[in-house]
Design a protein around this ligand. Structure first.
Ligand code: SF4
Ligand code: SF4
Length: 303
């Protein structure tokens, strides 16, 4: 018989470091475009699984010793390989018991129109697709879960000012997948506290000033993530040599929007792309600063 315990045991067997189960009724009030009940109308709960990303990948970038491994191992591997194998295996486990399992992986270039909660690490194709609901009152395709909301409802963590989902176990160094299911599993309590204390360390650490009181400006982030700043170790004198905005851009003072960000991407070719993923040349400084802060104030489990 499928139980919350057997599902969690299986998640851990398949490599998850964290697992929580959230009551789908707690999504009441969610915009239809992000509501798991629009994905599986008979859904009873959402299963969340978290995978730790090794600290060393961040520390190497912080110490400016290595940048090349973070994106393939810390982003792509989790979202495109581990997540897929995990989700397909856990779906088979659930479906063998007679229930449906609608698997949800993070897709960095898929977001509902106007969503600014994710760093567009890949080409932002979805914003360009025209989609409309089949009838009024229904969401346009595709319905995409808000991972931060789902993590909170599953009791796993909560979003910080930087936009990252923070967990007591791994701070921001974790990536998530979710499964919407009609299996009647016992649910965990939602994550009812805040790990983010508004310290502002993420804001100060970002070389592009992409984080403010209202959260992260993802277009600003996408440009500085790709290295348009003076702390980029691969910066050259040739970069934007004849552009009057050069100094302002290098110091992170220039404000980018979707159009100006897209225009500058071709100049940000300091390292080769990896399977379509832009290299990370800001070192995810916001998350490294956040991790250090949470550790210092005792909000992270000591490992
Ligand atoms: S530090 Fe990097 S990932 Fe974080 S907000 Fe700034 S540019 Fe984006
Ligand atoms: S660095 Fe501070 S303000 Fe930023 S997300 Fe972490 S705890 Fe919140």
């Amino acid at each position: 018989m499928l139980t919350a315990e057997s599902v969690k045991r299986k998640c851990r067997e398949l490599g998850a470091d964290l697992c929580g189960i959230g009551d789908i009724a707690l999504f009441e009030g969610t915009a239809p475009q992000r509501d798991p009940r629009r994905i599986l109308p008979e859904g009873r709960c959402v299963i969340g699984a978290g995978f730790r990303v090794p600290r060393g990948l961040y520390n190497c970038m912080r110490d400016r010793t290595q940048f090349i491994n973070y994106v393939p191992l810390g982003v792509k591997y989790y979202d495109e390989e581990l997540a897929e194998i995990f989700l397909l295996r856990i779906a088979a486990f659930i479906e063998d018991e007679g229930y449906d399992a609608c698997v949800q992986r993070n897709v960095s270039n898929l977001r509902i129109k106007g969503d600014k909660s994710q760093n567009p690490e890949l080409t932002d194709t979805y914003e360009l697709i025209y989609a409309e609901p089949v009838e009024p009152g229904k969401p346009a395709p595709d319905v995409i879960l808000d991972f931060a909301q789902a993590a909170r409802i599953c009791g796993l963590g909560a979003k910080g000012r930087s936009g990252a989902i923070l967990t007591p176990e791994f701070g921001p160094y974790v990536r998530f997948v979710f499964i919407v299911t009609d299996a009647p599993l016992a649910c965990d309590s939602p994550f009812n506290r805040e790990l983010c204390d508004g310290c502002g360390m993420c804001e100060h650490a970002c070389p592009g000033h992409a984080i403010g009181a209202e959260g992260k400006d993802t277009w600003q982030c996408s440009v500085y993530y790709r290295g348009a700043h003076e702390s980029n170790p691969f910066m050259t004198e040739e970069f934007l040599k004849d552009d009057p905005r050069r100094e302002e851009i290098l110091k992170g003072r220039y404000r980018f929007d979707a159009k100006s960000a897209r225009q500058i991407y071709p100049e940000l070719d300091f390292l080769p792309e990896f399977c379509g993923y832009a290299p990370c040349l800001c070192g995810r400084a916001c998350e490294t600063a956040c991790y250090a802060h949470l550790k210092e104030v005792g909000l992270l489990e000591d490992r």
